[in-house]
Write a protein that binds this ligand. Structure first.
Ligand code: HEC
Ligand code: HEC
Length: 307
């Protein structure tokens, strides 16, 4: 629909075609010294299977350092360059359920297809073996504190269960639905069915339920890993940051940039308060919020179970 987008896409694809023929396959690869192509089953699998599966869906934004939407550069224009960048980017090579690659889902870019996700998972298992990364196993009594006995995926699920509708309402986080953008109306106009992984609707109950789950949850909560292992949940601030991020589409293509906005203080405070309340329920219960609706999970009451 827009020339610059097309031109950008063509540049990316042309570069992929030119560089794609390079390192890594055919007789050249066999003749190169082994330190250039260190024999790693994981790397070989990435080059042969994973890269081709995400080449077009993800490289469009993630291959170039100067892409118009300022997506972080974790790929390159061929498999070898992509492997170098993936390795250098914190949080990607990790146990599968800790890897941002598998957990991200729909965002400005698309989610991985099920097929690509399967390849990605297998590759990360190979990496974990080779690198001695602990594959955290699901535990019966998960503990967010102490040794990283849980995966990021499990922690996010726990976090979603620790959200309460009371907090969502009393914090006024739900008023995000009515936040205005410059010239493009309120958030809910475009995001009321979860477009781009952001679920913002004036039906507060629906918005609450959706934001408890990935990928929507990731607009509110992110996580940190250390050496591929889950450490902690932190505020993602996607709702805050989205409105002021750099976008370098120009001319008629400016329309491809996200609408600009600055969250009004009530909404900003609301989101922060909601995040902090949820975080403290999560910590207090050591991840064991009951997740019913609500009022269960965190604070004071609730707990005295019947027989
Ligand atoms: C249309 C552009 C676009 C495409 C295509 C795209 N992304 Fe993204 N991606 C972004 C932008 C912009 C960000 C930064 C904002 C955010 O975190 O959502 C991002 C962030 C990410 C991150 C988070 C990195 C971090 O440090 O938290 C991951 C992981 C990711 N993308 C994976 C993918 C995968 C996998 C694909 C292919 C299936 C893909 N992306 C396709 C634009 C894109
Ligand atoms: C006119 C339509 C429109 C409106 C209004 C709009 N958005 Fe978006 N939003 C988009 C589009 C298109 C994308 C996907 C492309 C992109 O990421 O820029 C998106 C993506 C997003 C994302 C997910 C990607 C990321 O970078 O994390 C977030 C979060 C987001 N919008 C927040 C908001 C908020 C908050 C508001 C209201 C203040 C809002 N949007 C208003 C169209 C809109």
């Amino acid at each position: 629909m827009h020339d610059t987008t097309r031109a950008f896409a063509l540049t990316v694809f042309a570069a992929l075609a030119v560089f794609g023929a390079g390192c890594g396959s055919g007789i050249d690869a066999l003749l190169l010294p082994t330190d250039v192509h260190a024999q790693s089953a994981a790397k070989t699998f990435f080059v042969a299977e994973v890269y081709p599966a995400v080449q077009f869906t993800c490289a469009f934004c993630h291959a170039a350092s100067d892409n118009p939407v300022h997506a972080p550069q974790w790929m390159g224009f061929d498999a070898e360059a992509s492997y170098v960048n993936v390795e250098a980017y914190e949080g990607l090579i990790a146990a599968p359920d800790n890897s941002k690659l598998l957990l991200k889902g729909e965002h400005t870019g698309p989610a991985l297809t099920p097929g690509a996700a399967k390849l990605m998972r297998h590759w990360l298992e190979l990496e974990a073996q080779e690198r001695g990364i602990t594959m955290a196993k699901p535990t019966e009594a998960p503990k967010p504190e102490g040794p990283p006995a849980i995966t990021a995926d499990e922690a996010l699920t726990q976090f979603g269960k620790c959200m309460t509708y009371d907090d969502f309402q009393s914090s006024r986080a739900y008023e995000l639905a009515f936040q205005q953008t410059t010239g493009w109306g309120p958030c809910r106009g475009c995001h009321n069915s979860g477009f781009a992984g952001a679920f913002i609707d004036d039906d507060a109950t629906l918005m609450f339920e959706q934001n408890r789950k990935k990928p929507f949850l990731l607009k509110l909560a992110a996580y940190v890993t250390e050496k591929g292992e889950f450490k902690d949940i932190v505020a993602a601030n996607r709702f805050r940051d989205k409105g002021t991020e750099v976008c370098t589409y120009t001319g008629a293509d400016k329309v491809l940039c996200h609408p600009k906005y600055v969250l009004i203080p009530e909404v900003q405070d609301g989101i922060d308060t909601f995040f902090n309340a949820t975080y403290s329920h999560w910590k207090q219960t050591k991840g064991a919020c009951d997740g019913s609706d609500g009022s269960g999970g965190g604070g004071g009451g609730g707990g005295g179970g019947g027989i």
